[in-house]
Design a protein around this ligand. Structure first.
Ligand code: PLP
Length: 237
């Protein structure tokens, strides 16, 4: 067994264990394999292990990998964009991804809608909310959320699926859980209102247990699957 497969087996065990500890259904939490900076060979190893959800943060790097893997016949991967979005990257994202988790302003939502190619399924969208009260660059505020959700909901080529949040990098577990629960409350409100609003994307390598405890439906795991990231080029700086 390769290292990636061994790591995946361990992560799935942890997901099952935490789901059961916190009274979540066995299939409540989807694993998103965060493959940014990682080579295609690592993605293929995870794919052969049964993984289908992959997350990328750098538009150019990702588009290249996605197109290469499609050309090799890997057509059933669900690609999630999870990085900060600059306006000049929206076309690349709209043309290559299935889900965008990091939509945090109207201008970006509008461009993704307008640039989604004709004939494609609507782009699935999560709104990223800034849940750490430090000055994180990405994520809308809780106050801005209703307007952004209302905007996305009206767009023909976007389908609103849920919320994403990144907790503060801290060892203070209580603080992490408070921020996850604040997002969970918003999630519950909108999921009661919109039929397809069913993804709460919280939890990374260091805070996965807290996220599952707080109602995560999707954990975004990079390091624990693929090891430390391998930054190579300017886009990733
Ligand atoms: C890189 C990244 C992850 C994965 O983080 P790990 O700590 O390596 O598990 C999750 N979410 C986002 C938004 C990321 O950019």
């Amino acid at each position: 067994m390769g290292q990636v497969s061994a790591n995946l087996s361990h992560i799935h065990q942890e997901i099952s264990q935490y789901s059961s500890s916190y009274q979540r259904p066995a299939d409540a939490v989807t694993l998103l394999c965060v493959s940014k900076t990682k080579p295609q060979t690592a993605i293929i190893e995870a794919y052969q292990d049964g993984e289908r959800h992959f997350g990328e943060s750098y538009a150019h790097e990702a588009a290249e990998k996605i197109q290469d893997l499609k050309a090799q016949g890997y057509n059933d991967i669900i690609w999630h964009f999870i990085g900060p979005i600059q306006s000049n990257k929206t076309r690349l994202i709209a043309e290559n991804f299935d889900i965008v988790e990091s939509v945090d302003r109207i201008k970006i939502a509008e461009r993704l809608n307008d640039q989604r190619p004709a004939g494609f399924k609507p782009l699935q969208v999560l709104v990223q909310v800034n849940i750490s009260d430090e000055d994180q660059k990405s994520g809308c505020s809780f106050t801005e959320l209703p307007e952004l959700i209302g905007f996305i909901e009206q767009k023909e080529h976007l389908q609103l699926r849920g919320l994403m949040g990144i907790a503060k990098e801290t060892d203070d577990l209580a603080e992490i859980e408070r921020s996850f629960m604040a997002l969970k409350r918003e999630f519950d409100k909108y999921s009661a209102q919109y039929p397809h609003f069913n993804i709460l994307s919280i939890g990374m390598t260091h805070d996965m247990e807290a996220a599952i405890k707080c109602g995560s439906t999707e954990v975004r795991i990079g390091t624990a699957i693929f090891g430390p990231r391998e930054y190579r080029n300017k886009e990733q700086a």
